[in-house]
Ligand binder design. Structure first.
Ligand code: SF4
Length: 688
């Protein structure tokens, strides 16, 4: 029997940009994407004709679908929520088969035959809006408003939409819409009140200032040719929108602003936006942190913009690989090593940490080239080097059959960190396909690279920022030091060795031959409980790095100093050994972040520390050219924790990420330095 759409009337539409909440909130960004969709549709079709309700929480959205029986349910599909989105549409169809279900977003194949299979496998999706969603969604909703038969609508091609013809089972794909040139055609969802319910301190405001990316990195969905031209929101629109947001966010100074541009800071126009943001910082003392991907070019402009923003924004120094052959294949351009080093030096001069991401294993990368790249990054003095396993996103060149065959890319499936849940009795898991070996890097070599990366990631964090200072003074190469510590850990003789082995074991065990095998395993109640209690299913690098800081900070510090002493050898000057020992004691006393967090709600912590060197003065000397040994004098320190600040950080963190301390601290450390959890040092008396 034909499914009938009622004649023209006010349509009730429920939109979802869904996040799993069972394992603790992971994505805490306001859902501006669906805000733009609703805002544009209202502008085109009349706000009086459309009744929108926007959701991020799956249970609340399901309840609303069941309670109100809407005309349309639409969801955005990203790699972190595509299964959840599909489940919600399924529940909508079970509630009422006449609800029209629409999905949109980047998690959709590029080629027609794959699109057909994708939609055939998901019969609950009546339509898929591909490429920019605003125009295709509004166009389709306009047709639905006119009334008609759903089956007929699915047989007809609509611009920017794909569907399956119910009679033939074939793909029906409309022509793509031309790119929107002036983004101001999308009215602000903030100014129109669509985002109001998320201004409660639990969510970070987010927006685009520009859309498009001129680069063509083959591992990235944004490299598609249709996305190449860059379009902008005007500066006056941004000023209005950001002013509105900042006024509301002034009461949540620790909540960041997310800018979704692919290359923020790279364009001349971004200088104007920086001035607008700076005026807001001066007036509202917000934003104080940014989640932003900065441009892959015009680095000096980005540095200038950072300065305007009080250096609260940092620059992405991600390189993905430093192997020239690999870079050619993935069509990635990095700054030359000397430019990278000078950028990093400038960022550090301003007291900001630098982070660089690398992807492993990429085509033509070998174990040797990976380690050589790591050496370059360590020598460039990048603070945090974060290795990611190569993800094979739908619709990217690197995931194409040609690329898989050419480079013998071996893939496995794993759960996206903490992206799972149970909704209306259905367990749901987000799964990613990752590459774990190629014809130039075996799986065992991949594991070795990951193992080294864990140790280097821990050591390159601010938590151990004194170590490079020692290495520099003592003439020890930082890469050699990292390898030395790694070898000690791998020997199995250190206190950290168990943590390292657990990490490798989990890295092996998180991989499955198929999505189905993973789903079957975790659907079992006992295994599902392991996910619920955080025993497994988290981002391994983040989990073990945080574990090292929270549970093993003393052992890790001792290990680092042991490595330095052993590398120096027996002939070293006793004065150097004594000064290193003083520094080690000071680091242990001030940076035990596990203790500081656990005791933050108790009475004031204050300990006394007597040292023969003024390590704190040495560490704090901003233009430090003097060796630690020249700070020889007896000092008496009072070490106390900044309880109020730590409690505020943890309160904000728990509100955003839940009560699991390890997970919350791990997430906080993405945007805030570990220094926030350290003790302060006060000179009690100068020594005798
Ligand atoms: S990785 Fe960044 S620069 Fe490269 S295509 Fe994607 S968004 Fe553009």
């Amino acid at each position: 029997m034909a499914e009938l759409i009622k004649p023209k009337r006010k349509l009730k539409i429920i939109l979802g940009d869904l996040r799993h909440t069972v394992g603790g909130k992971s994505i805490v960004i306001m859902p501006v994407g669906i805000g733009y969709i609703a805002s544009y549709a209202r502008a085109q079709l009349g706000a009086e004709n459309l009744d929108f309700n926007l959701f991020v929480e799956p249970d609340a959205m399901i309840e609303e679908i069941k309670r109100t029986n809407p005309d349309i349910v639409a969801v955005s599909n990203y790699c972190w929520n595509a299964e959840l989105s599909g489940l919600i549409l399924k529940i909508a169809k079970e509630t009422n088969p006449n609800i029209i279900c629409i999905a949109g977003g980047p998690d959709f194949p590029l080629k027609d035959e794959r699109r057909q299979k994708y939609l055939q496998d998901r019969s609950q999706m009546d339509f898929y809006a591909y490429q920019e969603g605003e125009m295709s969604f509004a166009n389709l909703v306009g047709k639905i408003m006119e009334g008609g038969d759903l089956a007929d609508l699915k047989r007809e091609p609509h611009e920017g939409m794909a569907s399956i013809d119910p009679l033939t089972g074939e793909l029906v794909a409309g022509q793509p819409y031309p790119r929107m040139k002036n983004l101001d055609n999308i009215p602000s969802p903030y100014l129109s009140g669509l985002m109001e319910k998320w201004f409660d301190g639990h969510y970070a405001p987010s927006l685009e200032t520009a859309r498009g990316c001129p680069f063509t990195c083959t591992f990235c969905e944004a490299a598609a040719s249709w996305y190449t031209p860059v379009s902008y929101f005007s500066s006056s629109r941004m000023e209005q929108e950001l002013g509105f947001i900042a006024e509301r966010m002034a009461q949540y100074p620790n909540v960041l602003l997310a800018i979704h541009d692919s290359n923020f800071g790279m364009y001349k126009r971004d200088e104007e936006l920086a001035q607008i943001l700076r005026a807001l910082q001066d007036k509202y003392e917000w934003p104080n942190a940014f989640e932003v991907t900065t441009g892959k070019g015009n680095y000096d402009r980005i540095l200038d913009i950072m300065a305007v923003l009080k250096n609260k924004m940092t620059m992405s120094t991600s390189v993905q690989s430093l192997n020239p052959d690999t870079l050619k294949i993935i069509e990635r351009r990095n700054p030359p090593p000397d430019k990278l080093a000078s950028i990093v030096a400038e960022i550090k001069r301003r007291g900001i940490s630098t982070v660089s991401e690398i992807i492993l294993p990429l085509p033509l990368e070998t174990k040797e080239s990976f380690f050589a790249g790591f050496r370059t990054l360590l020598n460039a003095k990048i603070d945090q080097i974060l290795p990611f396993t190569t993800m094979l996103f739908k619709g990217t060149d690197i995931a194409s059959n040609e690329s898989r065959q050419k480079y013998a890319m071996e893939s496995k499936f794993r759960l996206l960190p903490r992206q799972f849940g149970e909704y209306s009795g259905h367990k749901c898991f987000e799964i990613e396909e990752v590459c774990i070996a190629t014809n130039t890097m075996s799986f065992e070599e991949y594991l070795e690279c990951r193992g080294f990366s864990l140790i280097a990631t821990i050591l390159s964090n601010d938590q151990f920022d004194v170590i490079p200072r020692h290495l520099n003074e003592l003439g020890i190469d930082i890469y050699d030091f990292n390898i030395y510590v790694w070898d000690l850990v791998r020997s199995g003789e250190t206190k950290i060795s168990d943590l390292y082995l657990d990490y490798l074991k989990e890295t092996r065990e998180e991989l499955w031959d198929s999505s189905q095998a993973l789903i079957e395993y975790y659907t079992n109640e006992d295994n599902y409980r392991k996910l619920l209690f955080g025993e497994t299913g988290d981002n391994k690098l983040r989990k073990y790095r945080t574990k090292a800081f929270l549970e093993q900070s003393e052992a890790m510090t001792e290990l680092a100093y042991t490595a330095i002493r052993q590398m120096l050898g027996e002939k070293t000057d006793q004065e150097i050994i004594n000064s290193l020992s003083a520094a080690e004691k000071w680091v242990i006393a001030t940076r035990h972040i596990g203790n500081n967090i656990n005791n933050a709600s108790h009475d004031e912590i204050s300990t006394e520390l007597y040292l023969p060197y003024d390590v704190s003065a040495w560490y704090n000397a901003t233009t430090n050219t003097s060796l630690l040994t020249t700070y020889s004098k007896s000092v008496h320190y009072k070490i106390y924790s900044n309880k109020k600040h730590i409690m505020q950080m943890m309160e904000d963190g728990k509100r955003l990420f839940g009560n699991n301390i390890s997970f919350t601290v791990g997430k906080l450390l993405i945007n805030f330095s570990v220094k926030s959890f350290w003790c302060k040092t006060e000179l009690a008396t100068e020594g005798c």
